[in-house]
Write a protein that binds this ligand. Structure first.
Ligand code: B16
Ligand code: MG
Length: 213
C-alpha cells in the first residue's frame, strides 16, 4: 500500500456544515449591517473562526473594533452555529462516506481527522462518528491554522505515523496547501478538486480506495 494512514478534513469532506456556517455568519452580519453572501461564505472554507471573522469584517463600516469585541462577535456567531448543529443527525453521514470509511479500516489503514474546527467533536457526535477515528486533530489542539501543516502533522503523530505515510483528503485550497507544506500527498474534493497543488483529484469520496495501492 502507498499509505498507512488517511487524514480527513471534516467540514466539506466527511459531512457538510456550510449551510449552518452561512446562516450563523449571515445572522451576525445582518445585525452589524455588513453585506454577506454565499460567495464570501465560500472564502471561509477551511479558515479558522477568527480569520473568518476578519473576512466578514472587510465590509464593516462601523467604528474600529478592539480584539476583545472581535472575540465577542466570534463567540456570538459560534453560539448561533452550535444551536444549528443540533439539526444534524446520522442522516447527515452519507452511505457512501460510511461504507468507504469502513472499507478503508478493513484494509488496515489508520484513520484520523484533521480539521480547523473547534466544534469537530460535537459535529462527529451529531453524525454518529464520535468513537470511529483513531485520532482527532482539530482547532482545539493547534496554534496555527491551515495553510500551516500543524493540524495534519499532529493528526499523523496521534496515529503514530510519519506525515509522509499519510494521505490528506481536503475540500479547501488552504487545506491542500497545508498538506503540501507538511510534505504530504493530498486528494482534493469539491472546491479543491481542480487545485493544481493536490496530488489527486476526486469526483467521489469512494474513489479514495483507488488511491491506496
Ligand atoms: P469553528 P474544516 C473548518 O472546518 C470550516 O471549513 C470553516 O468554514 C470554519 O470556519 C472552521 O472549520 C472553523 O470552525 O468555528 O467550528 O471552529 O473544513 O477544517 O473541517
Ligand atoms: Mg473543509
Amino acid at each position: 500500500m502507498k499509505y498507512r494512514g488517511i487524514i480527513f478534513d471534516l467540514d466539506g469532506v466527511i459531512c457538510h456544515t456550510d449551510k449552518y456556517h452561512y446562516k450563523a455568519w449571515k445572522q451576525l452580519a445582518d445585525r452589524l449591517d455588513i453585506y454577506f453572501d454565499e460567495q464570501i461564505n465560500n472564502r471561509l472554507r477551511g479558515v479558522s473562526r477568527m480569520d473568518s471573522l476578519e473576512i466578514i469584517l472587510e465590509r464593516y463600516a462601523g467604528a474600529p473594533l478592539s480584539q476583545e469585541e472581535k472575540v465577542q462577535l466570534a463567540n456570538e456567531k459560534n453560539e448561533i452555529y452550535k444551536k444549528l448543529l443540533m439539526e444534524m443527525s446520522s442522516e447527515d453521514l452519507s452511505d457512501e462516506v460510511k461504507t468507504t470509511l469502513e472499507n478503508l479500516r478493513k484494509l488496515g489503514l489508520k484513520l484520523a481527522i484533521g480539521s480547523s474546527s473547534r466544534n469537530a467533536r460535537l459535529i462527529l457526535s451529531r453524525i454518529g462518528l464520535e468513537d470511529f477515528f483513531d485520532g482527532i486533530s482539530d482547532g482545539t489542539n493547534i496554534e496555527k491554522s491551515k495553510p500551516d501543516p500543524e493540524v495534519f502533522i499532529k493528526a499523523a503523530a496521534m496515529v503514530n505515523l510519519e506525515p509522509k505515510e499519510c494521505l490528506v483528503i481536503e475540500d479547501a485550497k488552504a487545506g491542500i496547501d497545508a498538506a503540501h507544506n507538511g510534505g504530504m500527498d493530498s486528494a482534493g474534493i469539491g472546491d479543491a478538486a481542480d487545485y493544481s497543488l493536490a496530488s489527486y483529484s476526486l469526483t467521489r469520496f469512494s474513489q479514495i480506495t483507488d488511491l491506496i495501492f
